[in-house]
Design a binder for this molecule. Structure first.
Ligand SMILES: NC(=O)c1ccc[n+]([C@@H]2O[C@H](COP(=O)([O-])OP(=O)(O)OC[C@H]3O[C@@H](n4cnc5c(N)ncnc54)[C@H](O)[C@@H]3O)[C@@H](O)[C@H]2O)c1
Length: 375
C-alpha cells in the first residue's frame, strides 16, 4: 500500500479521485493507479552497495515496489548473503527503456570515495558525473518524476570550523567531491514541472550493512579495534566530520520520496543530525569505550587532514516531514563492534570490505578491465 505522504495517514482502499487530489496537493502519486493496492515504483541504482543493500529492504518495508540496477563491483566482498543481487548493469550504457515505468529513481551508483577517485580521476568523472547526468536525462525522458541523488557533504571541502548550511559555497577538494558538484549543477537545469531532482548531501555514513565498507571512519576505527586491539588514526584526529547512520540515510530518502513535491523539488538537504559533528579523535574515544582493551595509535608524523568541515542539518530536521533519525555515533559503534565480534573479524578481512582494494583485486584477477567493465 502506497504511503500518500508523511503527515497524512496511509490511505486504505484508496481510489482514483483521492489519488488525483493527492497529486494536486503535490504528493508523488504513481501514474499506475488502476488497481486498488498501489505503491511507488522505485529504481535503486547502486543497490548492491553499502547503502543500497540497506535501502532496498527499507523501501520495500515501507510498501514501495523496488527494482535494482548495479554493476556489482563488490559482489565478491559481501559481509552477509543478504546483499541485493547485482545484475551487472552499467549506468554508462543505460537506455531509456531501463527507466521506463518508474515513478522515482534513488541514484546511489558511483565510485564512492576519494581513494577510488585517485585511482583514476577520469573514471570517477565518467561514472559519477557524465553517466550520472545522462542517466537523469534518460529518467526525465522516460517520465520518471523524482530523482533522488546521493550527493555528499564532501562538496563543502575545506570549510573551516563554522557549520555550513546548504547555501554555503562549494569548495570540493577531490575528483569525487567535484563530480558531486557538477551533477547537482546539471540536475538543476533538468528540473521541470514533470521532473523533480533532490540533492541529498550525506554526511559520512556508518553502521552495519550486508555490503559492508570499512573505508569509512566509524566502521574503520571500530574494525581495527575489534580485529587488532588497536585504534589507528591516519591524521592527528583534529578534523571535523559529520556522521550519519546508514538507516537514517535510508529514512531521509524515504521521507523525500513521500514528501509533497514542492518541499523537495530542486532542493538540497544536508543529511545527518546537528548533534553528530565530531572530530575524528572523539570517534576514536567512543570506539575505545566500546573496546576498552584497544590501544590508541597516532602516527608520529601525523598532521591535520585538510578535509575538515562541520555541517548544519537544521533544514532537513526542521522542514522535511517524516525525517526521524534514530542513531548516534555512540549507538552505531556499539552496533558495528557487536557485528564484527560476531563475525570474528580479523585484519585479513579488511581488503574484502575496502572498495579500492576490491577493485584492484578484480582487475589483477583478470575479471574486470581497468575501465571497470566485466570480462
Ligand atoms: N558511504 C558514505 O559515507 C557516503 C557519504 C556520502 C555520499 N555517499 C554516496 O552514496 C552513494 C552510495 O555509496 P555507498 O557507500 O553505498 O557506495 P558503494 O561503493 O558501497 O556502492 C556503490 C555501488 O554502485 C555500483 N556502481 C558503481 N559504478 C556503477 C556503474 N557504472 N553502473 C552501475 N552501478 C555502479 C557499485 O557496484 C556499488 O554496488 C554514492 O553515490 C556515494 O557517493 C556515500
Amino acid at each position: 500500500m502506497w504511503n500518500g505522504g508523511v503527515g497524512v495517514s496511509r490511505p486504505f482502499g484508496i481510489h482514483e479521485i483521492a489519488l488525483r487530489e493527492l497529486r494536486h496537493l503535490g504528493y508523488l502519486v504513481p501514474r499506475r493507479v488502476a488497481r486498488e493496492e498501489t505503491n511507488v515504483r522505485v529504481l535503486v541504482t547502486g543497490a548492491s552497495g553499502y547503502i543500497g543493500a540497506v535501502m532496498v529492504p527499507y523501501l520495500k518495508e515501507a510498501g514501495h515496489e523496488v527494482s535494482t540496477f548495479d554493476l556489482g563491483l563488490y559482489e565478491s566482498g559481501a559481509f552477509s548473503p543478504r546483499v541485493p543481487k547485482a545484475d551487472r548493469r552499467d549506468i554508462r550504457s543505460a537506455t531509456v527503456q531501463d527507466l521506463d515505468g518508474f515513478d522515482a529513481v534513488v541514484h546511489l551508483a558511483a565510485l564512492s570515495n576519494d581513494p577510488l577517485g585517485n585511482l583514476n580521476e577520469g573514471l570517477t568523472f565518467d561514472i559519477n558525473h557524465t553517466a550520472t547526468t545522462e542517466f537523469a536525462r534518460l529518467a526525465a525522458s522516460a517520465g520518471v518524476s523524482r530523482f533522488l541523488f546521493a550527493s555528499s557533504c564532501s562538496l563543502y571541502g575545506a570549510a573551516g570550523s563554522s557549520n555550513v548550511t546548504e547555501d554555503a559555497p562549494f569548495a570540493p577538494i577531490t575528483a569525487y567531491g567535484k563530480a558531486k558538484v557538477l551533477v547537482e549543477q546539471d540536475l538543476r537545469k533538468l528540473a521541470s514541472d514533470k521532473f523533480s531532482p533532490t540533492y541529498l548531501r550525506n554526511a559520512t555514513v556508518y553502521g552495519a550493512s550486508p555490503a559492508l565498507r570499512l573505508d569509512i571512519v566509524v566502521n574503520n576505527l571500530s574494525a581495527w579495534a575489534v580485529a587488532t586491539g588497536r585504534i589507528v588514526l591516519l591524521s592527528d584526529g583534529t578534523p571535523w566530520r559529520p556522521q550519519v547512520h546508514v538507516r537514517d540515510v535510508c529514512n531521509a530518502f524515504l521521507a523525500t520520496l513521500e514528501a509533497p513535491r514542492d518541499m523537495i523539488h530542486d532542493e538540497a538537504f544536508n543529511v545527518g543530525r546537528s548533534t553528530e559533528n565530531y572530530q575524528v579523535r572523539d570517534i576514536a574515544a567512543m570506539v575505545g569505550d566500546a573496546v576498552p582493551d584497544a590501544l590508541l595509535q597516532v602516527p608520529d608524523a601525523a598532521g591535520p587532514d585538510t578535509r575538515s568541515y562541520r555541517v548544519d542539518f537544521a533544514k532537513i530536521e526542521e522542514t522535511l516531514p517524516g525525517y526521524t533519525p534514530q542513531w548516534t555515533v555512540r549507538t552505531g559503534v556499539d552496533e558495528v563492534v557487536d557485528a564484527f565480534r560476531a563475525a570474528n573479524m580479523t585484519e585479513a578481512d579488511f581488503g574484502r570490505y575496502t572498495r579500492l582494494a576490491t577493485i584492484e583485486r578484480e582487475i589483477e584477477a583478470g575479471r574486470l578491465t581497468t575501465e571497470l567493465k566485466w570480462l
